[in-house]
Design a protein around this ligand. Structure first.
Ligand code: HEM
Length: 147
């Protein structure tokens, strides 16, 4: 119950425009796993992280990711509503070449972003609450992978 409050408050504290936060998150992700850059090729492959981070299609992807997190935060009391959507989303990511292991680095990048954005408001309790929520989202998405 307290976890939910921490998550809702911290997400709200990031402000209405989540895009800058998502950009910090993905910049971090490419530091942790530079190979992931290759999976984002909309027309041509990006030659640098900077080029990727400033492309409209990639910026759209950042918005999509932030919307999924927003949906999870809004449905903390009824996450089951999102299951079918997330399983399907996982399937789409398998199709574009994502490996489920890469979600570990995504999780680290999410925490990194929260720490940067919240400063002293980032606590162990808060981190643990986000780790729990993120694990649910990722496990559900991962169940969309098929052999
Ligand atoms: C779509 C890559 C993580 C949400 C896509 C697409 C690619 C991609 C290539 C298709 C093109 C596009 O729509 O831009 C990746 C990679 C990830 C990652 C490499 C990290 C390993 C995530 C995460 C979320 C997410 C963590 C949300 C929790 C979405 C959504 C779409 C999408 C909502 C659109 C799906 C649709 O068209 O219905 N992703 N993604 N992605 N991704 Fe990701």
């Amino acid at each position: 119950a307290n976890d939910k409050g921490l998550i809702r408050d911290s997400w709200e504290r990031l402000g209405k425009n989540k895009l800058p936060h998502g950009t910090v998150m993905f910049a971090r992700l490419f530091e942790l796993e530079p190979e992931l850059l290759k999976l984002f090729h909309y027309n041509t492959a990006f030659s640098s992280v900077q080029e990727c981070l400033s492309s409209p299609e990639f910026i759209d992807h950042i918005s999509k990711v932030m919307l999924v997190i927003d949906a999870a935060v809004s449905h903390l009391d009824d996450l089951h509503c999102l299951v079918q959507y997330l399983v399907n989303l996982g399937r789409k990511h398998q199709a574009v070449g994502v490996k489920t292991q890469s979600f570990n680095a995504v999780g680290k990048s999410l925490l990194y972003m929260l720490e940067c954005s919240l400063g002293p408001g980032y606590s162990t309790e808060l981190r643990d609450a986000w780790v729990t929520l993120y694990a649910i989202v990722v496990e559900t998405m991962s169940s969309g992978w098929t052999e």
